[in-house]
Design a protein around this ligand. Structure first.
Ligand code: C2O
Ligand code: CU
Ligand code: CU
Length: 477
């Protein structure tokens, strides 16, 4: 991995002194401190497979795969200056952050794309602490598939009682035998089926055989799936992870069903792991989402030191809740979205009617999917008419019905949704998500308060599905 470019400026400019001339007019006058960062988007190289395999030509944030982990503080204004060193337009989307629409990074819809050689200044104050991530929203399939992704951690105002806080950003790559990223982005087969699932999964940019841990320590492990299309289901052999947050939002602490953490593209899960293994012992972390294709992601390797403590910490594992507005289910506005299309048994494409015909050359082919009979393709662009409009402050009760034979992690920009039910059964643990995974034929009900005005995207986060029509826009005014 190329680390000499890994210089992420983390400067806290204190401009409290009265009368200080402020160089940019975008800085709010009342600001007392702006947490400023710079990120450059540029081609680079990475050693993805551990060992001495060939380097892979990739696209990077600040020269590294994944991009630098941005750490912001809950409630503190942040400024992130993004410089585009690619030969094509890009934007950055701050996935899961509830921010002003103009900072959401959707080209055409919320901002003009950042042209090669140009900058864009993102400014927002993260209201929620938790695990988020950032990625491009232009030429998404290619830009994400070439490696553009990074973790964004918003720190709690009071630190959480753990011994270590680890971030695992997982990325899936389709590599050819020579170590290059395989060509063929946007193939019709991938688009109409499971998406571009690859053949190498990296953890923070490489394939580490071991992750070293200490007996007795308590780890907060933040998992993020930054893959184009690969679903994951992680198991921690010999351990009992407790889920404390989903998509950045704290939930009631619970052990996952069957000990399996299902992590679809764009989802994040924070777990608390009490390391109760013996000094010197080794425990595999496996992903068995796809039948018959289980593999070992890495191995937890205990060092030989005696346990840090004899009993697990007795501090509670629950995280403080974020200030999310509570949906008013009685007066809610009901909306339903039906997911349609994709390949069915027998290799035929399910009927996708009423195309909006927004595909333009270079925008990744034709529609294979639709929402309520409409196919919006691509990444977001000017002129996307909203599918529905919500009054500001109203609760939206949203039902999503998956009529297809495929899995879809459905993602909403700008909001976190309280997940109410799956196939008629209540979803427990008071979980709020920005990305909800629908299995084939699933129906999900969720709710959120439409407190943030603007035109917002809602799409499947399997990049090929989004590009091929599984996307819509709604408006809050
Ligand atoms: Cu994480 Cu519209 O995306
Ligand atoms: Cu998003
Ligand atoms: Cu999908």
């Amino acid at each position: 991995m190329n680390t000499n470019f890994h210089v992420l400026s983390r400067r806290r400019f204190l401009v409290a002194a009265a009368g200080v001339a402020v160089s940019t007019s975008m800085r709010p006058a009342w600001a007392t401190g702006i947490d400023e960062h710079r990120i450059k988007v540029a081609p680079g190289h990475a050693l993805l497979k551990s060992g001495d395999g060939p380097q892979t030509a990739v696209w990077t944030y600040d020269g590294t795969i994944p991009g630098p982990t941005l750490r912001l503080r809950q409630g503190d204004p942040a400024r992130i200056i993004v410089e585009n060193g690619l030969d094509e337009e890009t934007t950055v989307h701050w996935h899961g952050i509830r921010l002003p629409n103009a900072m959401d990074g959707v080209p055409g819809l919320t901002q003009p794309p950042i042209k090669p050689g140009e900058n864009f200044v993102y400014e927002f104050t993260p209201p929620d602490a938790g695990t988020f991530w950032y990625h491009p929203h232009a030429d998404s399939l290619v830009q994400l598939g070439r490696g553009l992704a990074g973790a964004l951690i918003v720190e709690e105002t009071e630190p959480v009682a753990v011994d270590r806080d680890l971030m695992w950003l997982l990325q899936d790559w389709r590599l050819a035998a020579d170590g290059k990223i395989a060509a063929g982005f946007g193939s019709a087969m991938d688009a109409a089926m499971s998406g571009r699932v690859g053949n190498v999964v990296t953890l923070n940019g490489s394939t580490p055989a071991d992750v070293s841990v200490k007996a007795g320590e308590r780890i907060r492990l933040r998992l993020a799936n930054a893959s184009l299309a690969r679903m994951m289901a992680l198991r921690f052999e010999g351990h009992r992870p407790v889920v404390v947050a989903i998509d950045g939002q704290p939930c009631d602490p619970h052990e996952p069903e069957g000990g399996r953490l299902v992590l679809a593209p764009a989802m994040r899960i924070d777990v608390v792991l009490d390391m109760q293994g013996d000094p010197g012992s080794r425990h595999a972390v496996t992903d068995d989402f796809y039948d018959g294709l289980a593999y070992t992601l890495t191995t937890l390797a205990y060092d030989n030191a005696p346990p840090l403590r004899t009993h697990p910490l007795d501090a509670p594992v629950g995280l403080p809740r974020n200030p999310l507005p509570e949906p008013d289910l009685v007066r809610a506005e009901r909306q339903e979205l039906v997911l349609q299309g994709g390949m069915m048994g027998g290799g035929k494409l399910a009927g996708v009617g009423g195309m909006m015909g927004m595909a333009t050359p270079g925008m990744n082919g034709t529609a294979a999917w639709a929402i309520d009979g409409m196919s919006m393709t691509g990444d977001g662009h000017a002129g996307m008419a909203p599918q529905f409009t919500l009054k500001r402050g109203a609760t939206c009760h949203l039902t999503m019905r998956n009529e297809t034979a495929w899995w879809h992690p459905m993602h909403v920009h700008g909001f976190s949704m309280l997940v109410l039910s799956r196939n008629g059964s209540p979803v427990l643990h008071r979980q709020w998500q920005d990305t909800v995974l629908l299995a084939p034929k699933d129906t999900i009900e969720c709710a959120f308060v439409a407190d943030n005005p603007g035109d917002w995207m809602l799409h499947c986060h399997v990049a090929d599905h989004q590009m091929a029509g599984l996307m819509t826009v709604f408006r809050v005014n």
